[in-house]
Write a protein that binds this ligand. Sequence first.
Ligand code: SF4
Length: 257
Amino acid sequence: MKSATETITIFDLLDEQHPGADTELHYSNAYELLAATILSAQSTDQRVNMVTPALFKRYPTPAALAKATAEELEPQIHSTGFFRAKSRALIGMATALIDKHGGEVPPDMDALTALPGVGRKTANVVLGHALGIPGLPVDRHVLRVSNRIGLAEGDDAEKVEAQLCAVVPTERWTRASDCLILHGRRVCKPKPLCEQCLVRDHCDDYRTGETTDPRKRTQASARTRGTAASAQRKTTARATRTAAARPTLVKPRKQGK
Ligand code: SF4
């Protein structure tokens, strides 16, 4: 594991490599980001961004989405995959916002993760990007990159989040996650582009040859696949444990980014 000083250096370098790192989901308020993040499970941000403009036009508020039926919602989100579970999650989430939070997205981890279809990763995305509360979402990219560099250890997203939060200053949590995600998408891919990486002098896997030795890379890839599969299984399990959909209409309040 890295010292606090080296950790700061690593994130400074990642900041330099990815100056525009941010969520790639399109949204204009916390409700939209929450819905988009639920849809992004086992899909791509680009795919979700193709679906959400029409979705948010038809259901601009939690109250509108809570009144949707699965029959009308499923075809609209079909292309993002797992559309039945996601439909239940979206309607359940919107209903819970109406019933328990006055139609607002609660700025609180416990309240967010009590919503249907919302796990810690989704909650951290919304807290950090739409509600101005530091959060460090851990997805498969964060797991892979942080393990390779030596910033964290293990494939349990919650434990890796705790390890990173312990060494990254609070005000940098969201940005740190954004950088790790973008690094995982663009540079530290399953087959990493180490020659393009600004943090390679601080990377444990690079130092030990796991990224350049074909035999070690095969072992590392198998580990990465196991890590991603584990994270995906948890996401799917949570998405399918969704939604008591009892729509109740209350007057929505607009929520800013
Ligand atoms: S040096 Fe290679 S393995 Fe290490 S973080 Fe950079 S791209 Fe990933």
